[in-house]
Every structure is written in structure tokens, then in C-alpha cells.
Design a protein around this ligand. Structure first.
Ligand code: NAD
Length: 257
């Protein structure tokens, strides 16, 4: 599978799943745009190293996905967008009656509304190029719920709904839109949830991992960033040209329960 000549923009990709996706797309030959809201030397170095490793053009573009104008500017600045991966995301865990309003607003903006802005800016470019792939990173929490994650679950269900809508709006064009729904993947985002969950359930770290996080993941194994990246590459392949408006779970059986 070669994605040579295609430009992929991956939001929120200087760590975790986004970086794993950028790696796999670059391995498949795509030029990649890495993004986050910071503008550190190490962000640009990350892109430089990735480009060298895979012999592709890799750039880092700073844009804050909580701001609509910056989401759109990211796509414009990249100049091309054949593959759009909406991956930026944050989490906050609290009961709904104690959920901080600013956390709710930030999660809805970064995890959901950013995808509206980037898709709106990218679709005209895909139409002009005559080919496009939208891959939205939702979650098993885009299909099911858990307590204390109201904003995240609302946002991820929203992403799944928006993906279906865009798929219908592009159904007669050579463009597809799908969502990947990962179960637990051990990344900085998940690592950061462990202390709060330990407090919430009064459990040790080991028990939180086994009995809370992986309790609903029948495989009892975390999914890997390489697996999410590989699924993204598959969705960009010719074999997936008729796959649109759907979700692919990479969750060790979570949603089969
Ligand atoms: P992570 O914290 O490692 O990565 C999140 C990325 O988003 C980082 O690159 C961060 O810099 C970026 N980001 C955060 N706020 C941003 C902003 N305002 N503007 C631009 N970028 C911003 O987390 P991750 O686990 O790799 O999560 C990536 C995506 O995968 C998220 O959408 C998350 O909801 C989803 N997901 C993760 C898991 C999991 O178990 N890790 C499971 C299902 C879905």
C-alpha cells in the first residue's frame, strides 16, 4: 500500500495515538503534518526525525484545536489535505454534578468541534484533488458510556454522528469518512487518568488497570498506537474505498459485550 504523493494532516499528533498514526502513514509513504498547540523545538524536531526516518516530507504546524479559526488555519497552512485524521483529544473525569464547566467546554471544543472546522476546511481541497479520506479518532466511548466521563462521551458520540453525516454528504464522491473507536491504549492521556480513578474507586494502580480500565476489554490487553495507525492506513487503502460512514472498533472485544 503506497500513499506516496498524499498529504496527511493529523491533529494532536506530537504524542500518543496521533504520533503513532503519523508514523504509520509516513511508513506507507504519505507526507505528514504533525500538530499540537505548543511550538517547541522538540515539536519541530519530531517532524524532522519522522521525515528522515521514512523519506517523506514531515512538517510540524502549531494550531490550538480549541479555537475554530486555528483549526481552519491549520488546513490552509498545510496547503493540501488528502488525508485528515482528527485525533486531538483531552479527558476529564468527574461526576456530572461536579463537572467543571470550563472542562466541559474544552472537551467539547477539542474533541468534537475541532473536527467540524477541520472537515469544513479540508473537504473543498479533497474535492479539488479528486480523492480524500477522513479518519476521525472516536473511542469505544463513542459507542458506549462509563460513569464520570459525560463530556468525553458526549463529544465522542458527537464525532461518530458527524462522521456519518459527512460520509453521506460525500457518498457519491471519491471521498470516505469513518471513525476508529479504540478501547484502552496506554498513552499519556490514559496514564493521566490513573491517579483520579485510583482516588475515585479507592484502588491501587494495578487494580485500576486490571479491574477498571481493562475490566471491559475482554482481551485484557491495551491496544497499541501501531494498531490504530495500521487501521488508519487500511482506511486510506483502495480496499477500503467502499467503507464509509461507519466505525471500526479496535477494542479487544469491549463493544461485543
Ligand atoms: P495524548 O494525550 O497522548 O494525545 C493527545 C494529543 O492531543 C497530544 O498530541 C496533545 O498535544 C494534543 N492536544 C491536546 N489538546 C490540544 C489542543 N488544544 N490543540 C491541539 N492539540 C491538542 O492522548 P491519546 O491517548 O493519544 O489520545 C488521542 C486521541 O485518541 C484522543 O482523541 C482520545 O480521545 C482518543 N482515544 C484514546 C484512547 C486511549 O486509550 N488512549 C482510547 C480511545 C480514544
Amino acid at each position: 500500500m503506497s500513499l506516496k504523493g498524499k498529504t496527511a494532516i493529523i491533529t494532536g499528533s506530537n504524542s500518543g495515538i496521533g504520533l503513532g498514526i503519523a508514523q504509520e502513514l509516513a511508513r506507507a509513504g504519505a507526507d505528514v503534518v504533525i500538530n499540537s498547540f505548543t511550538d517547541r523545538d522538540e515539536d519541530h524536531k519530531l517532524a524532522e526525525d519522522l521525515g528522515k526516518e521514512h523519506g517523506v516530507t514531515a512538517r510540524y504546524i502549531k494550531a490550538d484545536m480549541s479555537k475554530g479559526d486555528e483549526c481552519r488555519a491549520l488546513i490552509e497552512q498545510a496547503g493540501a489535505c488528502d488525508i485528515l485524521v482528527n485525533n486531538a483529544g483531552i479527558q476529564h473525569v468527574a461526576p456530572i454534578d461536579e463537572f467543571p464547566v470550563e472542562k466541559w467546554d474544552a472537551i467539547i471544543a477539542i474533541n468534537m468541534t475541532s473536527a467540524f472546522h477541520t472537515m469544513a476546511a479540508a473537504l473543498p481541497m479533497m474535492r479539488k484533488a479528486g480523492w480524500g479520506r477522513v479518519v476521525n479518532i472516536a473511542s469505544a466511548h463513542g459507542l458506549t458510556a462509563s460513569p464520570y466521563k459525560s463530556a468525553y462521551i458526549a463529544a465522542k458520540h458527537g464525532v461518530v454522528g458527524m462522521t456519518k453525516t459527512v460520509a453521506l454528504e460525500t457518498a457519491e464522491e471519491p471521498i470516505t469518512a469513518n471513525a476508529i473507536c479504540p478501547g484502552y491504549v496506554l498513552t499519556p492521556l490514559v496514564e493521566a487518568q490513573i491517579p483520579d480513578t485510583m482516588k475515585e474507586y479507592d484502588m491501587s494502580r494495578e487494580d485500576v488497570i486490571k479491574n477498571v480500565m481493562l475490566q471491559r476489554q475482554p482481551s485484557k490487553e491495551f491496544a497499541t498506537v501501531e494498531q490504530i495507525g495500521g487501521t488508519t492506513v487500511f482506511l486510506c487503502s483502495d480496499a477500503a474505498a467502499q467503507i464509509t460512514g461507519t466505525t471500526i472498533s479496535v477494542d479487544g472485544g469491549w463493544t461485543a459485550l
